[in-house]
Design a protein around this ligand. Structure first.
Ligand code: GLC
Length: 738
């Protein structure tokens, strides 16, 4: 529909219809069995409000969506179609690894392909927009939602977030199988005090702009059609009522002209934050701040009309918001095709299709990170007796928590896959213990935790696992978190596994030293104790539909792990927040003369994480030549740039892929600068003995930062270039920027 007709439609709508377009409610108001993704409190929606709603969330299925859309359009004077929205963050029916794992692939192209497949499966099931990508930068693994982000680095998060937007939206949303992206959670949600969910966020403007905003900006530049506001306060102002953040920063500075959606009931929660007296004030604050859609609260629908009548709210603000919502519907082609790509036939053909499983399999393998290996991996493919013990030995649903559409039967367990793929060994499989203490309350998003064993049964299970380990050549210990221990409202004050899982590892290690740990988790954990009892540790995160197959092929060497950590694993919880791009401080430990006094360190642990950002091993080894720079001096003239080069050689005995990382340090600035920052990366695959030169282009643009006056610019001086296998690379070469 032409834009003029959109404007004409808006002008022709009653105020009730207009306000209805700003309401987003859960699909369960139209269906009996929808999933809830937030606190379901009695919202008190009226029939009228429900009838006029402009978008729905948490409903899917071609048939159901068509029924819902028909009901909505029939019930409205202008028969305006609703936008159908769902959290499809790492897959619809074909489930990919959690985003934190996808980031470890350092493979944006593959992430784009995976997102395109997600969009296709969601689109044929009636979904038209997804609440993804989540690009909140994270440095605190106590926060459960780190699993939804791609980690602690602004550059990588920017690359990955834009890759997902591209995969979902393509070039034209009207194209078949494209869905809108909704970038979240604006802004800085990944830095709650104490790692406690929904808690206050305290960031200086410079840190906010320097570290936390770049990835949202990258997604807006990738033309994401919507953004979601975060629950928390920033500088003691709730993001959902933060006019500076939403209108000045997002809309003006980032030039975002799409639809701004509140998070679940976040407008109503302005009352709990203590900045709104009632729903009327909450509605006024949010609409003035620029929030277009009220997700799962009726502050807008119950207040805006009266506020305008009383002259307490400018109707222009309402019209702007409605116009943005109608424009988005038009971009999606909903006025011509209200069901968009919903098709029962296509669902049968496309969901879980081989092509999508193949892409998921590749991304899953690339997401694994080999943390330790003394050579025990890869396992021998014949003549061995191998015991798989642990709660994940015989578990099929290896999905991240935001996988409401996944079916347990879609996936396979290690117990099913390993003997089938590698039949020339002897195997036994023992769960050994529960994932969590029986009686632990874990629930949400349509699933809950049910322990496999009672207390007594668990002791017998541990005995069986120990016995199986005693007589095996190798023991693969499959332990980790339950998926409901990660994600939203899953903050934890400890980062160690359930004690019975550690007891299992201990008892196995006592009878057999040939231990390989396969770790299933959605956040960095404390692994010091596990590291002492394992000859190898393979981090597989929550790997999705193809998880068991990818793990089997990696354990037995058909796949060679290449993933690199996107979030530091702390040595101790007291180090948190721990990340690689720290400031040197005035008394850096590295420059310290005294062993412990008067320098920036701890008395009881090192400053370093157990495993740093960018770290990951391979079954082969790579050696790095010296870094060379094309120039020693780079001028800030517009199109000046230069190449940084290094030769990488595979010095091992098997093909492998290395993720070569470029870091740059701005040695001196008008403000203190990080010791290094990721500025580029490249995946290269090398045969044994093969060498390749990797070249990175260094531009003055990549050297910019927010200077003393918060101008975004580069400053002259010395810069150090590091190219290496992880963020702890030491050798550098310098150049002068003039
Ligand atoms: C949740 C989450 C948000 C999600 C939304 C809709 O509370 O914070 O990430 O997209 O509600 O499910």
């Amino acid at each position: 529909m032409e834009q003029e007709k959109i404007q004409a439609l808006c002008n022709d709508m009653t105020i009730e219809e207009k306000v209805g377009q700003l309401l987003q409610i859960n699909g369960n108001y139209f269906l009996e069995d929808a999933v809830l993704t937030g606190p379901e409190i009695e919202m008190g929606f009226t029939e009228e409000e429900i009838k006029n709603c402009g978008s729905i969330l948490n409903a899917w299925g071609a048939d159901k969506i068509k029924q819902i859309q028909d009901k909505i359009m029939e019930g409205q004077p202008h028969h305006i179609p609703a936008i159908i929205i769902l959290d499809v963050i790492n897959g619809f029916r074909t489930i990919a690894p959690i985003p934190l794992a996808q980031g470890c692939s350092f493979d944006p192209e593959l992430v784009t392909q995976a997102a395109k497949n997600v969009a296709k499966e969601a689109a044929v099931s009636g979904v038209q927009l997804t609440f993804s990508p989540m690009v909140d930068l994270v440095r605190d693994p106590r926060w459960g939602r780190v699993m939804e982000s791609t980690g602690e680095d602004k550059y990588l998060n920017s690359q990955m977030g834009a890759a997902m937007v591209k995969g979902y939206q393509g070039e034209d949303l009207k194209e078949k199988y494209r869905i809108g992206a909704c970038v979240k959670h604006f802004a800085g949600y990944g830095a709650p005090e104490g790692g406690r969910e929904y808690n206050a966020v305290e960031l200086s403007p410079r840190t906010l702009f320097e570290d936390y905003l770049p990835a949202y900006r990258a997604c807006v530049e990738a033309e994401a059609v919507s953004v979601m506001t975060a629950f928390h306060t920033l500088d003691r102002i709730p993001c959902t009522a933060n006019k500076w953040l939403l209108r000045d920063v997002l809309r003006k500075q980032m030039e975002f002209d799409g639809v701004l959606i509140s998070d679940y009931s976040a407008i109503l929660e302005l009352i709990n934050h203590g900045v709104a007296e009632d729903k009327e004030q909450a509605a006024r604050l949010a609409l003035r701040a620029g929030v277009d859609i009220d997700m799962m609260s009726n502050c807008y629908t119950s207040s805006i009309k009266e506020l305008i009548r009383k002259g307490e709210l400018d109707e222009q603000l309402l019209d702007e918001a409605v116009l943005r919502v109608l424009t988005l519907k038009n971009k999606l082609g909903l006025f011509e095709h209200p069901y968009k790509d919903a098709s029962v036939e296509a669902e049968q053909e496309i969901l879980l299709c081989e092509e999508h499983k193949k892409t998921a399999r590749k991304l899953t393998e690339e997401s694994f990170v080999l943390l330790e290996n003394d050579g025990i991996l890869p396992l021998k493919t014949k003549g061995q007796k191998i015991a798989f013990v642990g709660p994940y030995a015989n578990k099929k649903d290896l999905y991240g928590v935001w996988s409401m559409m996944a079916q347990t039967e879609d996936g396979a367990s290690l117990k099913e896959v390993v003997p089938a793929f590698y039949p020339d060994n002897q195997y036994c499989f023992e769960s050994g213990c529960n994932l969590e203490e029986a009686g632990t309350l874990l629930e949400g998003l349509g699933s809950s935790f049910t322990p496999e064993y009672s207390k007594e049964e668990q002791e017998l299970a541990l005995d069986r696992a120990e016995e199986a380990a005693r007589t095996a050549d190798v023991v693969v210990v499959t332990i980790g978190e339950h998926r409901l221990q990660t994600g939203e409202a899953a903050s934890r004050a400890s980062l160690t596994l359930y004690e019975k899982q550690l007891e299992l590892l201990d008892r196995v290690h006592n009878v057999n030293k040939n231990v390989v740990v396969v770790l299933f988790n959605g956040r960095p954990l404390l692994l010091k104790e596990i590291k002492q009892k394992a000859k190898a540790i393979l981090e597989v995160w929550l790997p999705g539909t193809e998880g068991a197959e990818a793990i089997a092929d990696t354990l037995f060497g058909k796949a060679n792990p290449s993933g690199k950590l996107t979030m530091s694993f702390p040595e101790a919880i007291g180090q948190i927040p721990v990340h690689y791009d720290v400031l040197s401080t005035g008394r850096s430990k590295d420059l310290c003369t005294s062993p412990t006094k008067f320098c920036s360190c701890y008395q009881d642990v090192s400053n370093k994480p157990l495993y740093p950002f960018g770290y990951g091993l391979s079954y082969t080894s790579f050696s790095y030549g010296n870094v060379t720079l094309e120039k020693k001096i780079l001028s800030r003239k517009e199109n000046e740039s230069m190449e940084a080069r290094v030769a990488i050689t595979n010095v091992g005995d098997r093909m492998g892929t290395e993720i070569v990382q470029l870091y740059v340090q701005d040695v001196k600035g008008s403000v203190s600068r990080p010791v290094k920052e990721l500025k580029g990366f490249e995946r290269i695959s090398l045969m044994p003995g093969e060498s390749k030169e990797v070249s990175f282009t260094i531009t003055k643009k990549m050297l910019r930062f927010y200077d003393l006056t918060m101008d975004y610019c580069s400053e002259p001086g010395e810069f150090r270039v590091y190219i290496g296998a992880n963020s702890e690379v030491k050798d550098y070469v310098s150049f002068q920027l003039i």
